[in-house]
Ligand binder design. Sequence first.
Ligand code: ZN
Length: 309
Amino acid sequence: MPGIHHVTAIAGDPAKNFNFYTRDLGLRFVKKTVNFDDPSTYHFYFGDATGSPGTILTFFVWPKAVAGSRGGGEVHQTAFRVPVSSLDYWTKRLAERGVACQAMETRFSERILPFSDPDGMRLMLVGVVGAESEPAWNNDDIPQEHAIRGFHGATLVLDSTEKTGAILTDVLGFREVGREGTLIRFAASGESKGCLIDLQEKKGIARGHQGLGSVHHIAFRAVNDAEQAVMVGKLISGHQRHPTEQKDRNYFRSIYFREPGGVLFEIATDIPGFAVDESVETLGRNLKLPSFLEARRSEIERVLPALEA
Ligand code: ZN
């Protein structure tokens, strides 16, 4: 089942980030853990009830990071799907909660509400026909009928789209489905959540600076290790990309490579998922550490900032 697995971005203040995504947007807090490569900092995961692939937005929480600036070779917009009839609800809700929205737009015949998170990450809510029949997490505040259903897609801005498009279609299970203005739309088959990638070509665009509000990387789905290995083979033989060795991220297993346009791509397995170290009912409640960091738990807990005042 191809598509987006997760998107990982950079946030500064853990409490602001937590409150925005769980309270303002109503996502489920699926996992509280640390950056495995820097365990003095949080890694947060938000998603649907189980953190299923195609719904997972994750953050490296780096309080000392400076603001990022957008440029070429980056994910510029991350889009969530909501029912078409919910866009009015969200326009009002975000305004009431002090979230600045931009004017509504239309893209490929779908209505879009663009806005930003507290760190300047660019987000969109897209009114999608049929989304009302999809399951959604209930945060006890947002009426279930209006809740976010998961990712719709992401927009990548590139100096040149050709080689990136070839990797999407040859390796990652997408096909080109439309063009509008400077956008080329690719869709993954067989899945509703997280199935769209829009490539926007901006010739000569300078690289941005990664920082607060930047997307660090985007991950695509592989069902299991075997499918991931086939994808790695295609990257090497057909696209002159040389991914990292597989890394165990506890909740999925991943390889990483820099795609030709400059965006850091990951391929993550659907298995084992977030219920591997706590029950579905209690996801996100306690700080979870991989086994190799358990011995350092008290030291790690001492340096992590408090999440809720
Ligand atoms: Zn990742």
